[in-house]
Design a protein around this ligand. Structure first.
Ligand SMILES: *Cc1c(COP(=O)(O)O)cnc(C)c1O
Length: 396
C-alpha cells in the first residue's frame, strides 16, 4: 500500500496523540433516541410488555429460531441455560479458558466445575480436538464461545456432544448476526445466549437474549426468567391464575431497552456492512506485515460468516507484543489486549484442581493478541492512521 511520508505523518501523529482514537464507541443515533422516547412516552418501562414481545418475535424471525426471550444480559442467559440443562453440584462443563468470566461464573454458580479447554490457534475458539479427552462421566455440557463474531467449529462439537449425551450451550454474546455454515450463531446448539451490552455490535446498553428451538427448554425458560412463575402461560389464557411453580429469577428486559434494541435491529445490516468494510481495509493495509511474518491476522474460516465484532492480530512473541502495545498507545491508538485466561486469573487459580496442567497454547496466544479499534463511527482516515501506526510500531 501507499504510505504517507514521515513529514506528512508528523502533524497527524501529534493530533492523534492529543485526541486518541478510542478502542470502542457505541453506535447510537437519533433514531435510537426517538425509539427510546416513544417507549417512555407510552409508559412502557417494565419488562415483558408489548414492545418486548414484538422484539422477541422479531429475533425469532431474524435468526430463525423457535424461541427467543429477551433477558437482562447474556450472563443471566448463560446462568439460565445451565439451570435448564440440569447442571448440578459436582458436574463438569467444558469451556475455553480464553473467554469472559461470565461463562465460568454460570458454571460455578451451579456448584459445577469449569473444565478448561484449549482454543484453536487460528480462531481463538474452543478446539474440538482438545474436547474429547477431557470428557468424564461427570461431564454435562459444552459451552463454545464464538470469539470476535467468528463461529467455533460447531459440527465436530455437536457430534461429540451427541456421542456423549452432552448439552451444547453457545455463548454467542459476540455472535449476533453471524453464521456457521449458513445458520445463525446461538441457534445451532441446544441453547444459545446473545449480549446487547454497550460494547457489542447491536446494543441497548445492557441486555441479552436466550435462544432455543427445544420446546421443553423454552417452556422451562419462560418460567425461570419470570421469577419461577407461570405468568407467561397465564397471560396467554392457559391458566386461570399465576403462581410460583419452579425455581427462577428476575431476568426480564425493560421495555425501554427493548425499544432501543428494536431500533438497533433496524440498522443491523448497515452496522455489519460498515464493520466489514473496516475489517477489509485493515486486512489489505496490514497484509505486508503479515507477509513479512511480523504478525498474523485473525482468520475467518470458510464455514463462518463474521459480524466483524473484533479485529485482532497475533504478534510474534510477548516482548514484541509489549513494545507494540506501548507504541500504539504512544501514537494515540487505543489498541488493547483481551482475556486473561480464566484458569490463570486469581479466582481461576483458587479453584484449580490439584495437578492442574496449564493450557500452554491458549496462554501463549492470549499474551500475543492485540485488538484494534473497529466500530461504525471509525472513519477511513482513522483506519489508515491505525495501519500507519502499526507499521511504525513494527519498525516498517
Ligand atoms: C460480553 C460477553 C458476555 C457477557 O455479556 P453481558 O450481556 O454483559 O452479560 C459473555 N460472554 C462473552 C464471550 C462476551 O463477550
Amino acid at each position: 500500500m501507499q504510505r504517507v511520508s514521515n513529514a506528512k505523518a508528523r502533524p497527524l501523529l501529534t493530533a492523534y496523540q492529543s485526541h486518541p482514537i478510542p478502542f470502542h464507541k457505541p453506535n447510537l443515533g437519533s433514531t435510537d433516541r426517538l425509539a427510546l422516547l416513544e417507549a417512555f412516552d407510552a409508559g412502557e418501562i417494565g419488562g415483558g410488555g408489548s414492545v418486548g414481545r414484538e422484539v422477541e418475535k422479531r429475533l425469532q424471525a431474524l435468526f430463525q429460531v423457535n424461541n427467543a426471550l429477551l433477558m437482562t444480559n447474556c450472563s443471566h442467559s448463560l446462568e439460565m441455560a445451565l439451570l435448564i440443562a440440569g447442571v448440578s453440584p459436582g458436574d463438569e462443563v467444558l469451556v475455553p479458558s480464553f473467554t469472559f468470566a461470565s461463562c465460568a461464573n454460570a458454571i460455578v454458580l451451579r456448584g459445577a466445575i469449569p473444565v478448561f479447554v484449549e482454543v484453536a490457534a487460528d480462531t481463538m475458539t474452543i478446539d474440538p480436538a482438545d474436547i474429547e479427552h477431557r470428557i468424564t462421566p461427570r461431564t454435562k455440557a459444552i459451552m463454545p464461545v464464538h470469539y470476535a463474531g467468528v463461529a467455533a467449529d460447531l459440527d465436530p462439537i455437536m457430534e461429540i456432544a451427541a456421542h456423549h449425551n452432552l448439552i451444547v450451550i453457545e455463548d454467542a454474546a459476540q455472535g449476533v448476526d453471524a453464521k456457521y455454515k449458513g445458520h445463525y450463531l446461538g441457534t445451532i446448539g441446544h441453547m444459545g445466549a446473545y449480549s446487547f451490552h454497550s460494547t457489542k455490535n447491536i446494543t441497548c446498553g445492557e441486555g441479552g437474549a436466550f435462544l432455543t428451538s427445544n420446546a421443553e427448554f423454552a417452556r422451562h425458560a419462560e418460567i425461570i426468567h419470570e421469577k419461577g412463575t407461570n405468568r407467561a402461560a397465564f397471560l396467554r389464557g392457559e391458566s386461570d391464575k399465576y403462581s410460583w411453580v419452579s425455581v427462577g429469577s428476575s431476568y426480564v428486559l425493560s421495555d425501554l431497552l427493548a425499544a432501543l434494541l428494536n431500533s438497533q435491529l433496524d440498522q443491523m445490516n448497515a452496522i455489519r456492512a460498515r464493520r466489514q468494510a473496516i475489517d477489509s481495509h485493515y486486512r489489505a493495509g496490514l497484509a505486508d506485515l503479515e507477509a513479512a511474518g511480523l504478525l498474523q491476522i485473525g482468520r475467518i474460516p470458510h464455514y463462518a460468516e463474521s459480524n466483524y465484532h473484533i479485529f485482532y492480530v497475533l504478534l510474534k512473541d510477548r516482548v514484541i507484543w509489549e513494545e507494540t502495545y506501548s507504541a500504539m498507545r504512544e501514537q494515540g491508538v487505543q489498541a488493547t489486549f483481551h482475556y486473561v485466561p480464566l484458569d490463570t486469573a486469581p479466582f481461576g487459580q483458587q479453584i484449580r484442581p490439584a495437578g492442574y496442567a496449564d493450557l500452554t497454547r491458549t496462554n501463549d496466544l492470549a499474551g500475543r493478541l492485540l485488538r484494534l479499534p473497529i466500530y461504525p463511527d471509525l472513519s477511513d482516515d482513522e483506519v489508515d492512521y491505525v495501519i500507519e501506526a502499526m507499521h511504525r510500531a513494527l519498525g516498517q
